[in-house]
Design a protein around this ligand. Structure first.
Ligand code: ADP
Ligand code: ZN
Ligand code: ZN
Length: 761
């Protein structure tokens, strides 16, 4: 007997192994096996098929079976195959993206440690009224220890248990709970443990009993508008599997999701709740945890690998999570009984993986996943992607809109400031217009909070010699280095190359290097001078490397630990801060001027979403309508005007017209073919040849070759060719042709060292 296996390597196809007789009863489709690969390597592979067709090559033996249970479900495999096919990558690459690393290495089993919680209990020795009282008396000199022990006795009912001589009546308490309740530090608890009075013990998280309160009692009651929207979605679902929920910011989409989830759970189905990558789910998770307790699992990018392994294992166990909240890669996880998929902020670009393969769009994979599982889908957003809105217009998806904020809170008022003109008149204070400063000052006086948005991290995007114009560049990429003042370094945001800041210009020796442009660090510096009294927080990739630091900022700002939050696009995504009355967008033009056919659409989404963080609740402490100050170089630009008017339809109409005119998605399919090589001349040659060959097959549908915006990253030069395919055309055929051409080109000796890959949609 033979087993076909997926190996976690970027290689085409599956690999066939021999099943030794002593393992035949253990190997089954979907199980994980340890296999030899190449000369010395071993990998954890996934079995996709069992058969008796002897391959032409010599097969090696499967070494061990890693666990008895199935780790890859049948329709999960089908979805992975679809992803590999559609996004033109290998099954091995999908496997790599889907499975936490702890399950890919051959010793993955050993690496898995279940998550535990620390509990505290009275030792057997002290479950004795006389000894315990004697001890309490002797602790008079150690007041804090005495206090902690007394709290423990109160909270866990030790006295009653002692009276009845039944130790099982003592309630369980976690270390965290007792420390919190007593207000003591860990060292006080440790002292009691050292005395032998208390002891710590671990409990595996799964053992913790789930809350027994029925979730119905904890459901928020919906407003009339929300109730109508929910019913409208259900009506749409009678005819269509997918429904767009187009609801303005703070309309309370989350509350509607909660009700839909509850209904799905009642009918015994599982739910996947997809969120953008950067939101570390804490706010939303807290809200859902309140209602669904331990039936809810979380899977996100900043979880440790061990935590992800745990979620994965639970999903294939007999007791999977009923609801899984997750980021992008959670669409590749196993679900046994999926009934509902929610994609929140469906327009978010972080659902699309750029690097490495599979370069998939999690929303689109989720749609396919739901289709295969016959599950329903809600795509929720205040600013739909053109693709989704177009599908709704065409009648492919249902459409439900919510036009008012929850509690009839007004949408914020957006004021546009032309900074080009103010700069000419020398009226700007750094990046701040007089209007923004005034609004900020007033908000701070009213004890309200402010969010400032600047989509660049670091201090300044570049350093420039004032004498000769020299700009420090990354030696490995075609980009200038970003100045980071806190760490006093120059950093490449593409390859993380770091260097010291030079004292003088290496080209002309002048000591006149000055900063150009503004990053979040520099804005923070200016604010300390402009508002010395205000407390500041900064949220960007540099301040949120760990999950704890991200959550610290979100929770801290929510509590009111700071007055002003400065951030990159991280502050945009679905966060709900109730005391924010003013939002400042420092320079919207940088978003509008990206070299991408989607840049206006994205700028609209970004500006509308940032603005949506203002004045979100009918909180009595916020006296008036939220204000947004939108600073831009051209106040009359149409996208800016559409944001001000909150006119999504106008944006859509204008953009779709442009896409028609120049033939871009959603009116065609876009396949970008990328080539990489260390030698620029060879690459140029190859790119020309590729384009020529493609034109023979695809004619006018071929665009290029040309340079991407960053034409060299990590010492590799990059070129690309675009392919625009009619919606009606067979993609399978296109892919087949592309693969043929790839094999032909890479088979040539001169291009041997080149890489080729695809980016679909
Ligand atoms: P959206 O996701 O549409 O931007 P949210 O779901 O974050 O909006 O809701 C905005 C605010 O309104 C939140 O603070 C939320 O708690 C509150 N809210 C919405 N619906 C309800 C409801 N039915 N009951 C109580 N509060 C609600
Ligand atoms: Zn110089
Ligand atoms: Zn670099």
């Amino acid at each position: 007997m033979y087993a076909d296996c997926i190996v976690p390597l970027p290689l085409e196809g599956v690999f066939t192994y021999n099943i030794p007789t002593h393992l035949t009863h253990l190997v089954q489709v979907g199980c994980r096996v340890n296999v030899p690969f190449g000369q010395k390597k071993q990998y954890a592979a996934l079995v996709t098929r069992l058969h008796d067709e002897k391959p032409v090559y010599d097969t090696k033996d499967i070494l061990t079976v890693l666990e008895e249970s199935v780790m890859l479900l049948p329709h999960q495999l089908k979805l992975w195959q679809w992803v590999a096919e559609y996004y033109m990558c290998t099954l091995g690459e999908v496997y790599k993206a889907a499975i936490p690393s702890g399950l890919k290495e051959k010793d993955g089993v050993v690496m898995y440690r279940p998550r535990t919680v620390d509990f505290v209990r009275l030792t057997k020795d002290f479950f004795d009224p006389i000894r315990l009282n004697a001890l309490l008396a002797s602790l008079k000199v150690a007041r804090k220890q005495q206090h902690l022990l007394m709290r423990y006795i109160e909270l866990t009912g030790v006295n009653a248990a002692l009276t009845l001589q039944n130790a099982t009546l003592v309630k369980e308490i976690t270390k965290e709970e007792i420390l919190k309740a007593s207000g003591c530090t860990g060292s006080i608890l440790k002292a009691l443990c050292d005395r032998g009075v208390l002891e710590e013990y671990e409990v595996v998280v799964d053992r913790i009993p789930t809350s027994s309160i029925p979730s119905d009692l904890l459901l928020p009651s919906l407003s009339e508008a929300q109730q109508n929207a929910k019913q409208a979605i259900e009506t749409e679902w009678e005819k269509k599997d997918v429904c767009l929920l187009h609801g303005v910011t703070a309309s309370g989409k989350t509350e509607i999701y909660i009700h839909l989830i509850n209904d799905a759970l009642k009918s015994g189905k599982q739910v996947l709740f997809l969120l953008p990558e950067i939101v570390l789910t804490s706010q939303l998770t807290d809200r859902l945890k309140k209602v669904f307790g331990d039936r809810l699992g979380v899977y996100h990018s900043r979880y440790t690998d061990a935590e992800r392994v745990e979620v994965y294992r639970k999903q294939v166990s007999d007791n999977p999570y009923d609801i899984l909240i997750g980021v992008r890669s959670s669409v590749l996880l196993p679900f046994k009984n999926l009934g509902l998929v929610i994609v929140d902020e469906e327009h978010e670009t972080s659902f699309k993986q750029a690097e490495p393969a599979p370069r998939y769009h999690a929303r689109n994979v989720a749609l396919m996943m739901a289709h295969m599982a016959k599950a329903k889908v809600v795509l929720g957003t205040a600013t739909p992607s053109l693709e989704t809105y177009n599908n709704a217009l065409q009648g492919k998806y249902g459409y439900v809109s919510l036009t008012t904020r929850y509690g009839n809170v007004c949408l914020p008022e957006i004021e546009v400031v032309d900074i080009a003109e103010l700069k000419r008149k020398k009226l700007m204070t750094g990046m701040f217009s007089p209007l923004l400063l005034k609004e900020m000052r007033e908000a701070l006086e009213r004890k309200e909070q402010v969010i400032l948005f600047q989509n660049r991290r670091g201090f300044a995007p570049m350093l420039e010699c004032q004498v000769c114009g020299w700009v420090p560049q990354c030696p490995h990429c075609d980009v200038s280095l970003t100045h980071h003042k806190r760490s006093n370094r120059l950093v490449c945001h593409y390859c993380s190359y770091v260097q010291e800041i030079p004292q003088r210009c290496p080209q002309c020796e002048a000591e006149k290097l000055s900063c150009k442009g503004y990053g979040t660090e520099r804005i923070e510096d200016e604010l300390t001078m402009l508002f010395p009294e205000a407390k500041l927080m900064r949220m960007d990739l540099d301040t949120t490397r760990s999950r704890a630091s991200y959550e610290g900022i979100v929770k801290g700002f929510q509590r009111g630990d700071a007055d002003i939050l400065i951030g990159t696009q991280m502050v945009v995504k679905g966060l709900d801060f109730r005391r924010v009355s003013v939002v400042g967008i420092l320079n919207a033009s940088t978003m509008l001027n990206q070299p991408d056919f989607r840049s206006y659409e994205r700028a609209f989404q970004m500006m509308t979403q940032v603005a949506g963080r203002a004045g979100r609740s009918a909180n009595a402490s916020i006296s008036r309508r939220g204000r947004v100050v939108l600073q831009v170089h051209d106040a009359k630009q149409s996208t800016v005007q559409q944001v001000v008017r909150g006119d999504y339809k106008a944006m859509f109409a204008e953009q779709i017209e442009e896409r028609k005119l120049f033939n871009y998605p959603p009116l065609c399919r876009l396949v970008e073919v990328y080539m990489k090589h260390k030698d620029e001349a060879v690459l140029e040659h190859m790119a020309e040849e590729l384009a020529r060959t493609l034109r023979m097959v695809f004619g006018q549908r071929v665009l290029g070759p040309d340079m991407p915006a960053i034409a060299r990253v990590q010492t590799m030069y990059i070129r690309k060719v675009c392919l625009k395919i009619e919606l009606e055309a067979s993609l399978t055929e296109v892919r087949r042709r592309l693969r043929e051409i790839q094999t032909f080109l890479l088979g040539k000796a001169e291009y041997k060292a080149a890489q080729m890959y695809y980016d679909v949609d």
